[in-house]
Design a protein around this ligand. Structure first.
Ligand SMILES: *Cc1c(COP(=O)(O)O)cnc(C)c1O
Length: 336
């Protein structure tokens, strides 16, 4: 696996720490729970998209692009990190925000990541829910090309084979940490959305013959659809890296029991998870991704899906900036 042959910029403070959650492990009385702090990647309040952007921005520079375009939901963490990375390398940036969550409080449309997008200073366009957002992205790129720019399109979540390389790197960090500390990891658990994180992790782990199982907790799509999408991207990433053989498709496992009513719509489990980790470990999760992902882990521990003595690594993919968009939901309980 030759990652060094791909253009790359350095944006991540890596390796990110892998910490033991002693209080939570005792409280839940189940497996040993560890956390990998990819919320602390370092770029404009961090998160998992920073790793993908190392390869995406590297590719944009190699192609001589002048203008970065991407899209996401209103409170997209990916959009925030993309603008920050593009700023650092002198690109102009246009972002399309899909109003995917409707009827949310005012903070949702103006605070959290939206405020940070405005401070970072991209051209921000909004779109109503339900459009083909990738089509909108391509159309916006064509308009810029006609105006003499050289656009570089980054798909939602930075999830294409180039972006997924960032999570091959994260997988390598996990394996190196386990080897160095003699830690036998039984499972990696994380929130899965646009699929680049899970695809990259699996390619990194399977491609290096470290067969640590990965469980993606879906925040949007149903299990079958999400597994299909992860498999497709993982296979393409595997081929991009030129790894021998074919990607082992049966390694893709998604649980979609913790989505609730939909993407970005709060659940009781998410609220409990945010409070649990904040109050027992001093770590901030987010309402859209890691709150639901961790709620899934807590429920699976309570239901004895994971056993005492096992070592589980929760990959914290960031997003706490989204808490400010959910202020009215979280503040009354936080005062208890
Ligand atoms: C984007 C995101 C995810 C999901 O990662 P994908 O690669 O899109 O599956 C998880 N957590 C946070 C905080 C994110 O912003």
């Amino acid at each position: 696996m030759n990652l060094a042959s791909f253009p790359r910029v350095r944006l991540t403070q890596a390796p990110t720490p892998l910490e033991f959650l002693g209080n939570l492990t005792r409280l839940l009385d189940g497996p040993n729970i560890y956390i990998k702090r990819d919320d602390n990647t370092g770029l404009a309040l961090g998160g998992n998209k920073t790793r993908k952007l190392e390869f995406l921005i590297g590719d944009a520079l190699a192609q001589g692009a002048t203008h970065i375009l991407t899209q996401g939901a209103t409170q997209s963490n990916h959009v925030r990190q993309t603008i920050a990375a593009a700023n650092k390398y002198g690109f102009k940036t246009t972002v399309l925000l899909e109003e995917r969550v409707s009827g949310a409080p005012a903070d949702y449309y103006a605070n959290g990541n939206v405020l940070l997008d405005q401070i970072l200073g991209a051209v921000i366009e909004t779109r109503p829910a339900g459009l083909d957002m990738h089509g909108e992205l391509i159309a916006a790129g064509e308009r810029l090309r006609a105006a003499g720019e050289t656009p570089y399109l980054i798909p939602g979540g930075g999830s294409n084979p180039i972006g997924a390389l960032g999570y091959v790197v994260s997988a390598q960090e996990i394996v190196a940490h386990a080897n160095e500390h003699g830690l036998h990891i039984d499972h990696v658990v994380h929130a899965t959305g646009s699929t680049g994180t899970q695809a990259g992790l699996l390619v990194g782990l399977q491609g290096s013959n470290s067969h640590i199982p990965v469980l993606g907790i879906s925040v949007r799509a149903a299990k079958e659809k999400q597994e299909h999408n992860v498999r497709q991207l993982a296979a393409r990433t595997w081929d991009l890296l030129g790894i021998r053989g074919s990607f082992p498709e049966d390694s893709v496992v998604v649980n979609s029991d913790y989505v609730g009513e939909g993407y970005g719509v709060p659940t009781d489990g998410m609220i409990e998870a945010v409070h649990l980790l904040a109050r027992h470990e001093g770590i901030l999760l987010d309402p859209v991704y890691t709150g639901k992902g961790f709620a899934g882990l807590v429920d699976l521990v309570r239901n004895r899906h994971f056993r005492k003595g096992q070592n589980i690594v929760f990959l914290h993919t960031g997003g706490a900036t989204g808490l400010f968009a959910y202020r009215s939901l979280l503040a009354p309980r936080a005062a208890l």
